[in-house]
Design a protein around this ligand. Structure first.
Ligand code: PMP
Length: 438
């Protein structure tokens, strides 16, 4: 037994870089954190506005924003002030009691979204779980015990917990954890005929990201959304919009579904809502929300005073500083600049997205460009191996758009061209559906 433990420690240490061996923080990471993330050796210590700094003091322009979380960048003064104030009052009181901020934040979210009622969670996945539970219980009450099937889309991402994972399409995330929640079926992305074939009377919910994020920045088509809305109404099922990545201003609208006709029944949000603190929510129209009664759902931490006060400030700043307009303007500039780069570099297949949620689809592997960008002081990431993803803060300036584009141009010019990628089945399907929808 002892020799087995020693052996596994040895093989783990063999994989560590020399920087990790020398730095006590990275040594602790490699010995004691579960092995779930592939990360470079830098340690980010602080940030200001759209820039973040590592332990050596090197500055990076952040076009990733903590994966769509830091919509107001780093250490935004109003957020800092509120977090300081409320940390000195009450961080937590539990949901056995009211706090001063949960109701007002729910009211503001209802106004933004057109929904009626809100439930607060601590993450996106947890909000997805709650939305699925609400849709199930509402459908069972109205349509009987058998109304339990859930439809999701190919190329989707909804989170890592069992329910959210069950409606996430990517096989490599799902397969190791099977069996997952039963009763889930995937519909071809933007494939209206497939939707019509699978949307039967026993469906309780269809879950759609109006603009797919992790899947590679693919917009759901108006024809698909419209038909999903009609079928959900016809069968008394919930149309659930997962707006965790694309919502709360990211596309230059309050919600990405506002690009499309018809309202969802349930909306799921998280990422930027807590100004960097963990806060998510699912919201519903009265018709669906009415299916919940005390005891059917709950959370110890969800919607505490500190996070809700911060959430209120986030939404207030977006309104007061006209950040939706800024997202649209900066997004258009960034998109135009990326399109210019696409005419210069033949390995850029397509530039997609809306507002400050943009994807640069490459015909080659994206990871070397992400690594070179990091070297040159720009944070971006890559999804599905070949789609560079940009999710900068809403406070981005015109000067920072130029700065980011200049770095990207230099990155594209100075990175040795990686091997062409084999198309993955999911992105091929999505790309075909996208092409068909145009
Ligand atoms: N849905 C979407 C659309 C997401 O982008 C994400 C996170 N990338 C999630 C759900 C899961 O959110 P979380 O990581 O906060 O659980």
């Amino acid at each position: 037994m002892k020799s087995k433990v020693q052996k596994s420690k040895k093989s783990a240490s063999a994989g560590r870089s020399s920087a990790a061996k020398a730095n006590p923080i990275l040594r602790d990471v490699s010995r004691h954190l579960m092995n779930t993330y592939r990360r470079s050796d830098m340690i980010f210590t602080h940030g200001r506005g759209c820039y973040v700094f590592d332990q050596t003091g090197k500055k990076y322009l952040d076009f990733l924003g903590g994966i769509a979380v830091n919509a107001l960048g780093y250490s935004y003064p109003d957020l800092v002030k509120t977090i300081r104030r409320e940390a000195g009052r009450a961080v937590h009181v539990s949901n056995l009691f009211h706090n001063p901020f949960q109701g007002p934040l729910a009211a503001k979210l209802a106004k933004w979204s057109g929904m009626d009622r809100v439930f607060f969670t601590n993450s996106g996945s947890e909000a997805v779980e709650g939305a699925l539970k609400l849709a199930r219980v509402a459908a069972k009450k109205s349509g009987g015990a058998g109304k339990t099937r859930i439809l999701a889309l190919e190329n989707s991402f909804h989170g890592r917990t069992f329910g959210a994972l069950s409606i996430t399409h990517t096989l490599k995330y799902r397969e190791p954890f099977e069996p997952l929640v039963p009763g889930v079926e995937f519909v071809g992305f933007n494939d209206v005929a497939d939707l019509e074939a699978k949307f039967t009377g026993d469906v309780c919910a269809i879950v759609i990201e109006p603009l797919q994020g992790e899947g590679g920045i693919f917009p759901v088509s108006e024809a698909f959304w419209t038909r999903a809305r009609e079928l959900a109404t016809e069968h008394g099922a919930a149309l659930i919009a997962d707006e965790i990545q694309c919502g709360l201003g990211r596309t230059g609208r309050e919600f990405a579904y506002q690009r499309l006709p018809g309202m969802p029944d349930i909306v799921v949000v998280a990422k930027p809502l807590g100004g960097g603190l963990p806060l998510g929510a699912f919201m519903a129209s009265e018709k669906f929300a009415a299916a919940f009664s005390p005891g059917l759902h709950g959370s110890t931490f969800g919607g505490g005073p500190l996070v809700c006060a911060t959430g209120l400030v986030f939404l207030d700043v977006v309104e007061r500083k006209h950040l939706l307009a800024n997202v649209r303007t900066r997004g258009a500039e960034l998109r135009a600049g990326l399109k210019r780069l696409a005419t210069k570099f033949d390995f850029i297949r397509e530039v997609r997205g809306e507002g400050l949620m943009l994807g640069v689809d490459l015909t080659v592997e994206g990871a070397p460009y992400v690594a070179e960008a990091l070297k040159q002081g720009l944070l971006i990431n890559c999804t599905h191996e070949h789609i560079l993803r940009l999710l900068p803060p809403f406070i981005l300036t015109a000067q920072q758009v130029k700065e980011g584009l200049n770095i990207l141009e230099s990155v594209f010019a100075n990175t040795e061209r990686p091997a062409a990628l084999q198309a993955t089945p999911s992105t091929t399907v999505a790309a075909q559906a996208l092409a068909a929808a145009r």
